[in-house]
Design a protein around this ligand. Sequence first.
Ligand code: 6PG
Length: 472
Amino acid sequence: MERYNYGMVGLGVMGRNLLYNIADNGFSIAGFDLDKEKVKELEEGATSEMKVKGTGTLEDFVSALETPRKIILMVPAGKPVDAVLESITPLLSSGDIVIDAGNSYFEDTNRRIADLASKNLHFMGMGVSGGEKGARTGPSIMPGGDVEAFHLLKPMLEAISAKVDQEACTAYMGKGSAGNYVKMVHNGIEYAIMQLISEAYDLLKRGAKLNNEQLYEVFRDWNNGDMNSFLIEITRDIFQQRDSLTDNYLVDQILDKAGAKGTGKWTSEQAMEIGVSIPTIDIAVTSRILSAYKDERIQASGLYSEKEITSPEDINIFIKEVGDALYLATLISYAQGLSLLVKASDEYHFEIPLKDVVKIWRGGCIIRSVLLEKFYSAYTRNPNLSNILLDKEISVIVKEKVNSLRKTAAFAALNGISSLGIQTALGYFDAYTTESLPVNLIQAQRDYFGAHTYQRIDREGVFHTSWESTNN
Ligand code: 6PG
């Protein structure tokens, strides 16, 4: 009986597209799904060159695979992954490999690695980014954990991933659940960039009174320049999309309440947990939460006088400044996310290669942008860079754009245009670049009311003072 090189469990759009991508690259692959319709559609959608087989039972699926079996799971994170593992592990042989390609939480992966290892099975957490199109044509792939298993998978992963300068957008992300952690932080940065783009849109629309055709032209020009990125590119296209149900542009018909599947929230929770400041990512997560309070926002907007927006004197200068502000706030968001990876790598002994992370984010993933090339150069100059803002060449770019960030933040604040992402990016930058922060006063307050002690600038040690109240 012919044996297949790979197996895919989960034939939804992501699973099916990744399976076809693997088949397109000359590997034979069997697919399984509980939904018999999806299994039927799989072979119908395959080309004659592909060696693809749909299987209706796990037994047939497992017996169709060559050993050691290499099985990719593309099922929703959480209980569905555990359910599949419970059903499939009894059918597997020692040395088989299960790769979870969903957005699983890293601690779940840690548990699964240990559980399968006790059964002489390999389990890997592997982030896959690029959406449905990326899965089919070339995603950015973030595998981590079992090095032996990684080397078995490497030829296939390099074949199916996106390419930049003929280099595959995949690399070993580090030990244990590092692959999931890197993907989680990718999504946190994604949230921040999407928030910042939405704020730039609001400033141009309400501040400069641009219509959708003009917004399309601005984002087209930005995407043709140093702000080239996937998210800028799709935003350009969104402003051209007509609504099939009305004569309006579709973007104007969409309700302003944002959803989220959770990976951004996990990033914020983790940063708090291990003590890393990522305020622009945090604000992107909480801005989606605030957007859900639509009824209260309608009530509140009726209560507070509508701020008259003072249009900028020179629209073209304003557009340039908003663009520079968006560029720099985006760079600062990457800096925050990457600094979390640096600390997490140390905290969890992942040994994450930051240089390879930014290298494989250059293509295929949702946050791919020309900025990643600059970060790749920065980590090549110093692989142990704790924050990309400390790189000399990056600092030159920052200094060129920071005045526009300040002016844009000021315009938004003075005109009552909410710009939480832009404001926190600027605030983070100013705090991170301030040698003496006013937290000496916080230490004094903590010691005054709670005797929590403080350190001094002029000598070693820990001190406490019985603070004299001057009003008695
Ligand atoms: C990717 C995306 C993807 C993510 C969706 C939904 O890298 O391809 O990040 O993994 O799940 O974008 O994310 P939210 O629902 O959390 O916005």
